[in-house]
Design a protein. Sequence first.
Length: 539
Amino acid sequence: MLERLDYKPMTPQEFAVKWRQGAQHLSERAAAQSHFIDLCHLLLLEDPITADPTGLDYGFEKHVRKVASKDKGFADVWRRGFFGWEYKREGRRLEDAYRQLLLYREDLDNPPLLVVCDLVRFEVHTNFTGSTKKVYSFTLEDLESGRTLESGKTALEVLRLTLTDPEALNPRLQRERVTQQATAKVGEVAQHLQARGFEAEAVAHFMMQLVFALFAEDTALLPANLVTRILEKTKNTPERAKRYLDDLFLAMSQGGEVLLEDVRHFNGGLFDGRSALPLEKADIERLLEAARLDWDEVEPAIFGTLFERSLDPAKRSQLGAHYTSREDILRIVEPVILGPLRKEWAEIRARAESYLSSTEASFPTTLLRTDPKRPDAERKEKRERTQKVFEPLNTFLGRLHSLKVLDPACGSGNFLYVAMQSLKDLERDVLNFAATAGAPGLALLSPKQFYGYEVNVFAFELASVVVWIGYLQWSRANGDPINQSPILERLNTIQRRDALLNEDGSEAQWVEADYIVGNPPFLGDKKCRLGVEKADVMG
């Protein structure tokens, strides 16, 4: 985007004064374009009309389809590959504007940023593929004062990056750094516990409980900073740490109270009544350093591998070695699982859209119910629409909700985690389409559809935690409330066992899975990858 210097720019103070007053008197429609143009002037950037007179890639009131009718909606401002922007009047719910953008985003070419604004409040929601969502929130007062936000940037910096360099707001740029710092600190504690003589399995389980608790306190699943407060209270009296952590893990196993705070029921096999291991002062100091990191930013796709190496003495020398990144995993997951399913879904959607666009009447919001008072022609039309739209949608969702994915050498669960989040993305797209077509459905695809076998104790303990963290991160990023109780369910689908032989030497049987993916262990200096559909395995 070119700078424009042919006018006197606004200052943040002038912008704030003007729009604090404008928000009180102007309608949403009257203010939106003027507000955005002033914002461009503030940032010394070309406005959409100057930058792209055609409006093909950057403009106001971008047309978007409403699937259930021939009507069209509008996104207030849009720039291809940058953002979609929706305005509301001051005092209106920004959540409603964001929900609207979520329905529009496919027709907006899925921009990396979704912005909502009521003239005085701004929310910049990240929408990067394969990344946990982050929200940059600020107000006119923040813009005026120039104060640094929690993200470490000012409001002016966030706005400039939104309009010029959205990739700079990608949470994944921060995730690897946070992940490596977190695993290093927790890994040091694990190594110290092993050096003191505790069994590897006990250490692995205890560290997984701590890791998940640290994640939970930073994602509002636990009361804010609850684990951090426990560590702070006991840093000078480490003998008390075990008692407080025992109380925490017991409360997480069944629901309860810790430090006068209510703790939800987690369970799931991870919090199974086992006691915490005794920590020393140096351990607590390392855990406190880890607790002060943002665990919501941890990347499970690399967290598992790095943590496994930090825990396992045999793999400690590989800490700087290659790990299987999300991009590497997607090279297998995309063609094996997602490609065929996306093709099938595209065909179903195209047929549904063609049918819906061929009829004037609105689509029914419930399945056909026999009503003798309705004319036969109307009942026949509704029955036909049910058969042509509802039934294919429900059949496809049924497939998603029953399929099984197996990684027979799952390590710390990276392939399962990436496959699950990718399939959740597909499920979300299907449900969004179904909702706009008047056919609401339920998000039912769950971690229990993902199977893995692993012999290494550290990797086995990690796999379930990685899959659950990935599932909860996805839910949080997509606005799905985490209301189930218990929050976690035991993942019997991930088993500590050899993929080829049973303990008695007989051939091991695998679950009959629809897809088999994975990355077998290193063989010398070569690395094999596995990714097949059920049909390829079965003959």
